[in-house]
Design a protein around this ligand. Structure first.
Ligand code: FES
Length: 579
């Protein structure tokens, strides 16, 4: 079963541990042997770390032990030595106050676990939203050969004959409960119908967006993103990835060779074409910061906003990831977009996208993946708006919003915190109508802390009852990728550090003009200066521990909300031994 190994002419990093002929060598080898490893496991095989974000508290990744076994099979077949290790897993649904607060912490865990151990190449098992960017950020800061195995979406949800999508239908059910169209009993039945298999959210939410991101960046085998978690071909993909990472080590195909500026440009365009989440922006900026690629917030608008929407998936469309897979998956999108992409950049296969997708470009359902000549919508990407209310920019996803609201001026109704919003939003006496602009403060990286997905605030009950489902909403928070609406997000600088958002008062007029990329607070500079002088910076959210580190070092949303000292790479070298 085992191949003979890599030639000793190519020195493996792991040889610095297992190849030693001294006391340290005994220690490095002997304790591994307590797992029942034969001595010849250490004879120069590429050691492949399988970075597993499995956790039963991350339900989207709870099936990853199975995937790890498939990867191990592939690694062994190719003559490598697989070693699985856990890292902090970030479950979007359970973790408080928000999984985003811990993305950077998990990235540190991934980085240090990879660097500090005798690993020659790494497989990242990722699924739920933050588990993909955090592990890729960590791996990028080390620089070893790296391949990603996305865990796959859940199967389509079906409720009373209707297709329902993770997240996207949560907001709908919530509205239906508020307006009496759904009972609590119906809702609990619908919950079971929505999450009926292993896997992550099956809408084009952030997890699916991240899977498409890593595939378009060239970090997965072709076609990996859309395969449902429950499909046996997902395990095949995991096994093939295990084989491939061993070859990547032999070829010294490191992550920095894949993550070039061109790869990032490809990913921005693909994200627009699939109607990917606005969270893509913040994660891609953070990854670029680690690998040293110069990427700006404006690049997402310049490169992505004119790309047509090709994929008819919730929340921008009507289908789900399972349908995307059956229609042909991401290779079809890459083929449709080929004139827009750098198809010649190298990927983890050692080949470029053009060669990777040969034989995979037929579309089997043009209602799910539309041809570029007849797109679902002519323009799809996120746009960046700026103005005195967001000097460093804010983002909005027009494809998931009501077109008529893309040019709108309205009276501000201000919520000083998410608790303030919850306390007053359904008060019949709240002075609000559908022409108003809902403003939420202190939901940014420092303010919350951790920038939660609260930017798509549900509309007041009295407005929902009129049958109105969208209003302009502005915050320094994020929005779930499964959500929709005219939500202006990621306002930077954020309110907690004294951004203009902190100074908005009830009754101020706010102008959103997406075609002109403008977000303007109609309050004169003198008045703003007066309000700024009276503004009091909130107390820090924590005085100790990781949260204190986070609020003192987190960068703005326009820079990817990484910690300032984590930007860049430290390479893979560790010069000193532990004994
Ligand atoms: Fe895990 Fe949506 S909650 S992917």
């Amino acid at each position: 079963m085992f191949h003979k190994n890599i030639s000793m002419a190519q020195k493996l990093r792991s040889h610095d541990w297992f190849g030693r002929k001294d006391k340290d060598g005994i220690i490095y080898r002997s304790w591994m042997k307590n797992q029942g490893m034969p001595t010849d496991m250490f004879d120069g095989r590429p050691v492949i770390g399988i970075c597993n974000t499995f956790s039963e508290l991350t339900p989207c990744n709870a099936h990853f032990r199975d995937h790890a076994e498939s990867v191990k099979r592939g690694v062994l077949e190719a003559g490598g030595f697989p070693v699985e290790f856990p890292i902090m897993s970030l479950g979007e649904t359970l973790l408080k106050p928000t999984a985003m607060l811990f993305r950077n912490l998990a990235s540190m865990d991934a980085e240090e676990s990879i660097r500090g151990n005798p690993i020659d190449g790494v497989v990242l098992l990722t699924g739920c939203d933050k588990t993909t960017p955090s592990t890729v950020m960590g791996a990028a800061s080390v620089g070893l050969p790296t391949i990603v195995v996305p865990g796959g979406p859940m199967l389509n949800g079906r409720y009373k004959g209707q297709t329902i999508g993770s997240g996207t239908h949560v907001w709908k059910f919530d509205e239906d409960m508020k307006t009496g169209r759904m009972t609590q009993e119906d809702c609990e039945f619908a919950e079971s119908c929505m999450s009926r298999s292993i896997g992550h959210c099956m809408t084009m939410g952030t997890a699916s967006t991240m899977a498409c991101m890593v595939e378009s960046l060239g970090l997965t085998l072709p076609g990996a993103a859309a395969i449902p978690a429950a499909d046996s071909r997902k395990k095949v993909m995991a096994q093939l990835s295990g084989r491939r990472i061993v070859e990547m080590v032999r070829e010294n195909l490191t992550i920095d060779k894949v993550l070039t500026r061109e790869a990032f440009e490809n990913s921005i365009k693909v994200n627009a074409a699939v109607g990917g989440s606005s969270n893509f922006i913040i994660h891609l900026l953070a990854i670029a910061g680690r690998i040293g690629v110069d990427l700006t917030l404006e690049d997402f608008d310049t490169l992505g906003s004119k790309i047509p929407l090709l994929l008819n998936l919730m929340p921008s469309g009507k289908y789900l990831m399972e349908d995307f897979y059956y229609a042909g998956g991401l290779p079809v999108i890459l083929n449709e977009l080929k004139k827009e992409l750098h198809t010649n950049v190298i990927t983890v296969t050692g080949k470029n996208h053009h060669d990777n997708i040969k034989g995979m470009t037929d579309c089997y359902n043009e209602d799910v993946i539309t041809p570029i000549a007849k797109p679902l919508k002519p323009e799809a990407g996120c746009v960046v708006v700026k103005g005195n209310l967001a000097e460093n920019g804010a983002v909005i996803k027009p494809s998931a919003a009501t077109p008529a609201l893309m040019t709108h001026t309205g009276r501000a109704v201000v919520f000083e915190s998410i608790e303030d919003y919850h306390a007053r939003i359904d008060d019949p006496n709240l002075d609000i109508d559908e022409t108003c602009v809902m403003v939420l403060k202190y939901a940014g990286p420092v303010g919350y802390p951790g920038m939660p997905e609260v930017g798509n605030m549900a509309l007041p009950k009295k407005i929902l009852e009129k049958g109105i489902t969208d209003m302009v909403r502005i915050s320094d928070g994020r929005m779930s990728g499964t959500a929709y609406g005219a939500a202006v997000l990621h306002v930077s600088p954020e309110s907690a550090i004294g951004g203009t958002l902190a100074l908005v008062q009830n009754g101020d007029m706010i102008e959103l003009n997406v075609p002109e990329r403008k977000l303007h607070l109609h309050v004169n500079d003198a008045e703003l200066a007066k309000r700024k002088a009276a503004w009091k910076k909130p107390e820090p959210a924590a005085k100790r521990g990781y949260v204190s580190l986070y609020v003192n070092h987190v960068l703005g949303a326009d820079k990817g909300a990484d910690l300032d000292f984590l930007q860049g790479s430290s390479g893979s070298e560790v010069t000193r031994d532990s004994h």
